[in-house]
Design a protein around this ligand. Structure first.
Ligand code: HAM
Length: 418
């Protein structure tokens, strides 16, 4: 038997209702902040991610699904949503449009990672991106949106961790300090970190290897190196979040796994998600648009991992109840009744009432069993007598009461009670 590729998951009809809850909540909260949906391709030119996400990241170096298409072009399945949105924003000349530009997306993304609970090779994100606003209010708005989203899902055990990784200028001083700190420990670090030491020493702080983590624990913190402007920006974000009632802690160890960030970075973390505790991450990325070939536009955004949200929702007992079955199942006792049920079903659907009829030539008893199992709210039974009378025997599956209802009144009857 052919099996699903490693690190992927099917979502069966019996599970999809929980996804709908996340998607509906995402769309509602995004709309309440005037974010509009954007859809970009599942694959892009590889160069977009190499330049955007950054060639010192694990994502670009180890995790991308990259292949040559039949025209010999190198393309990559998107490992995240931000770079594609940035490309579309530039390509459609939206830099000259109404600002701020606010877009959200619900997408699948692909990373060749070692699968484990909460870490998949195909996963899904809800993300928001805001372009054009450089001040701390934009950071606070995006973070409030993220916070509101998680709260609307019913999550309580999620905490927000905030940091600033400064701008190009203050980071240069920080990199020098990091290099001075790591230089005597280079022999204790993994091969990747030795490369990171040369190319981007801040990446060492994100290494998962035990030895590197031990060394990194004593490394200087970016917050001590912030320039005056970055410090003022970070103070501004914190003050606005406090005013908005968004609880957070400053965690100087957060550096994020993508290279495009500057200034504010943040993660919403849950103990319920186990080792993969970050359910949502984001930050400011004022240089990305320039990096991928456009003019400089300040930007800030985030993405939440839907599979991780599901894990946390389950652990916190806030998965929604399973969606219900149809409003009305039409059971036919004989061939003539089945035919009438088929026609009545079409009328009911036109009136907006969801319904089902038997497609398996089952006995009435078996049809009832099916209706009960699938959660039909009412069952309308049709037999010889019912056809003569032009009325169905309608059983309320919640309390087992039954009533005679004229065919032409059936839609109304069901609608009033569902
Ligand atoms: P990220 O932190 O790489 O950021 O991913 C965001 C979220 O996607 C993570 O917090 C996690 O919940 C989920 N996620 C990431 N990788 C996996 C995986 N292999 N399996 C399951 N879930 C995963 C970004 O992607 C940025 N584009 C976020 C952003 C938007 N920053 C600014 N705008």
């Amino acid at each position: 038997m052919i099996q699903i590729p490693k690190g992927c998951k099917d979502v069966l009809p019996s599970q999809v209702y929980a996804w709908h809850k996340i998607e509906d909540t995402a769309r509602k909260i995004a709309a309440s902040y005037a974010f509009k949906e954007i859809r970009t391709p599942v694959f892009e030119h590889t160069e977009l991610f190499a330049r955007g996400v950054g060639d010192t990241t694990d994502i670009v170096n180890k995790e991308m699904y990259t292949f040559l298409d039949k025209g010999g072009r190198s393309v990559t399945l998107r490992p995240e949503g931000t770079a594609g949105v940035a490309r579309a924003f530039l390509e459609h000349g939206l830099t000259g449009g109404v600002m701020p530009f606010k877009a959200y997306y619900l997408i699948s993304a692909f990373r060749y990672e070692r699968p484990q609970a909460g870490r998949l090779r195909e996963f899904h994100q809800f993300g928001c991106e805001l372009y054009g606003a450089a001040g701390p209010a934009a950071d606070a708005e995006v973070i409030s949106l993220a916070d509101g989203f998680l709260k609307a899902l019913g999550l309580k055990e999620v905490s927000l961790e905030l940091n600033s990784i400064g701008c190009k200028q203050c980071r240069a001083r920080y990199h020098a300090a990091l290099k001075a700190y790591f230089a005597p420990h280079i022999g204790e670090m993994c091969a990747d970190c030795r490369v990171r030491f040369e190319k981007n020493p801040m990446r060492i702080l994100d290494c998962k290897e035990e030895g590197c983590r031990a060394v990194a624990a004593g490394a200087p913190r970016m917050l001590e190196y912030l320039c005056d402007d970055c410090r003022a920006h970070f103070d501004g974000v914190q003050a606005l979040l406090k005013e908005a009632g968004v609880a957070f802690t400053v965690d100087p160890s957060i550096v994020r796994g993508l290279d495009y960030y500057s200034r504010t970075v943040f993660e919403f973390v849950s103990a319920a998600a186990g080792a993969q505790g970050t359910v949502l991450g984001g930050g400011r990325y004022d240089t990305l648009l320039e990096q991928v070939g456009g003019k400089s536009v300040p930007a800030v955004g985030f993405a939440a991992g839907m599979e991780r949200l599901l894990m946390v929702m389950e652990a916190e007992n806030c998965l929604p109840r399973q969606e219900e079955g149809v409003a009305c199942y039409l059971a036919g006792m004989d061939e003539a009744a089945r035919q009438k049920a088929f026609l009545l079903a079409a009328d009911l659907r036109r009136a907006g009432v969801s319904c089902e009829v038997d497609l398996m030539d089952r006995s009435v008893k078996a049809q009832f069993k099916y209706a009960d199992k699938t959660g039909a709210r009412f069952v309308a039974v049709l037999g010889e007598r019912e056809l003569e009378e032009g009325a169905a025997e309608v059983k309320d599956m919640k309390n087992s009461c039954a009533e005679r209802v004229k065919f032409q009144e059936l839609a109304n009857y069901i609608q009033r009670r569902t």
